[in-house]
Design a protein around this ligand. Sequence first.
Ligand code: UDX
Ligand code: UDX
Length: 460
Amino acid sequence: MKITKICCIGAGYVGGPTMAVIAKQNPNIKVTIVDINAERIAAWNDDDLSKLPIYEPGLADIVKDTRGDNLFFSTEIDKAIDESEMIFISVNTPTKTYGKGKGMASDLKYIELCARNIAKVAKTDKIVVEKSTLPVRTAETIKSILHNTGNDINFHILSNPEFLAEGTAINDLLKPDRVLIGGEHEKSIQILAEIYSSWVPKYKILKTNLWSSELSKLAANAFLAQRVSSINAISELCEHTEANINEVAKAIGMDSRIGSEFLNASVGFGGSCFQKDILNLVYLARSYGLHEVADYWEQVVILNDHQKRRFSDRIINTLYNTVSGKKIALFGWAFKKDTNDTRESAAIYIANHLLNEQAKLAIYDPKVSEVKIQADLNFLNSRSEKENKANTENFQSPYEAAKNAHAIAIITEWEEFKKYDWNKMYAIMKKPAFIFDGRNLLNKKEMNTIGFEYYTIGQY
Ligand code: UDX
Ligand code: UDX
C-alpha cells in the first residue's frame, strides 16, 4: 500500500504540529487534520497566522508553507477517513472524572468514538495509528471495535507515541531523539517508518511490539517527571540548610550517568501529560496488584502537589501570615515558557490557594488570554465565577500588574521576565517589596542590591 493521503483526528497541541511537520517533509502526501471543534478548525484556517489556536515557535511558518498545498484543516471527518489510507488518532484522553478509576485512569471515550467512526466509514483497508498517549493495551480495544463493527476490511493498528514537548515541539519533531513505532503487522510498521524516514535517520526509528510502545511512552514521561520531583525534593532540603539548589543541580548533572537536563527546580511540573500519565501508570500497576510499584510512582505526583502548595504557603507566611486584601502580581500562567497551554499549570493551584486566603491577584502572561485564566479558575469550582473575576485582574503590561503590589510571584520561566527593568519594578511596588521566584530566573544578589526581599526555590 502506498500512502498518498493521511487523516489525523484531533487538531490539538499534538495533532496540529505533528501533522504540519509530516506534511512539510512529505510534499507528495495529502494530510488532512479533522476535528469536531469547528471553532478550532476555523482558527487553524485563519489567514492571520497569529490567530492559530496554538502558539508554538516555528509552527506558523510551516503552516504558511504547507496549508492549502498538502496540509488541510477540516470538520469533514467522515470524508477524510474515507479517502485516507492511514488515520492518526490524536484526540485528548483526560483523566476520568467519574465512575471506576475516577481521578486516576484515562477516559477513553473519545478514542472509542473515533474507532467506531472509522469502522463505520471505512470502505478500504486502513492503517490506524495511535498518537494519543494511552493506557497500555488500548490497541486491543481499538482492534476489537474495528474488527467487530467494520465493513469486512483489514485494519492494522500501530502505536506511534509522540515525544514532543510544548514550546519546542517543532524542533523536537524535526530532530527527534527517536521515533517509536509499535505494531504486529510488519508491513504497516514499514509503511509508517518510510514516512518518517524522509527526514529522520533510520537508526532513530525504533520498531517494537504494540505494548512496549504504549508502555514506553508512559514510562518516559514518568521518568522525566520523576527527575523534576527529585530535584524539587532536594530544593526543599536546600532551603533548610545552606546548600544552593543551582550548585547542587550542576554538581549532580555533570555526572555523565545522570546528565544535566531536566534538573531545574521549580514551582512544580504542569502540562497535560506528566500527572495524567503517571496516574495512568499507577492505576495500571494497581490493577495488576503491584502495590509497591504503584506507590513508588504515585509519590512523584504527591511530591509535586507538595511543591506547589509549599510555594503558595511560603508567600503567605512571608507576607506576615496574611495576604488578605493584598495585591500579588503573578508573572506567568502557562505551564512552561513558549506555549499558551495552561493545562495543569502550577499557576492555577497557586492562584486558587492565594484566593482562598483573600488575596487580590494581578496576572500577567505574554501568551495566555484573560478568558482562559478565568476558565481555569472556574473549572476548580472553588468559588463563584463572579468572585474569581472580582479578585483577579489581567494586565497587558507587567509594570501595571506590579504597580502597588506587595509581592511578585514568578510562576512561568518566560525569557522576557529576565529583561525587565527591575529597578523600575521595585520603585512602583509597595515596600517591603517581595519577589517569590518559582523558577530561579533572576539573580539573588542583584535583586537584593536593588532592595527586594527575594525568595527563590532551593536557596537558603
Ligand atoms: C494530547 C495528546 O494527544 C494526548 O496523548 C494526551 O493524552 C493529551 O494531550 P492534545 O493534542 O494536547 O492531546 O489535546 P487537545 O489540544 O485537547 O486536542 C485534542 C483535539 O481532539 C481537540 O481539538 C478536540 O476537539 C478533538 N477531538 C476530541 C475530536 O476531534 N474528536 C473527539 O471525539 C474528541
Ligand atoms: C512532556 C514530555 O517532555 C514530552 O516528551 C511528552 O511528549 C509530553 O510531556 P511537556 O509537558 O510539553 O512535555 O513539557 P516538559 O518540557 O516536559 O515540561 C513539563 C513540566 O515540567 C513543565 O511544567 C516544566 O516547567 C516542568 N519542568 C521541566 C521543571 O519544572 N523542571 C525541569 O527541569 C523541566
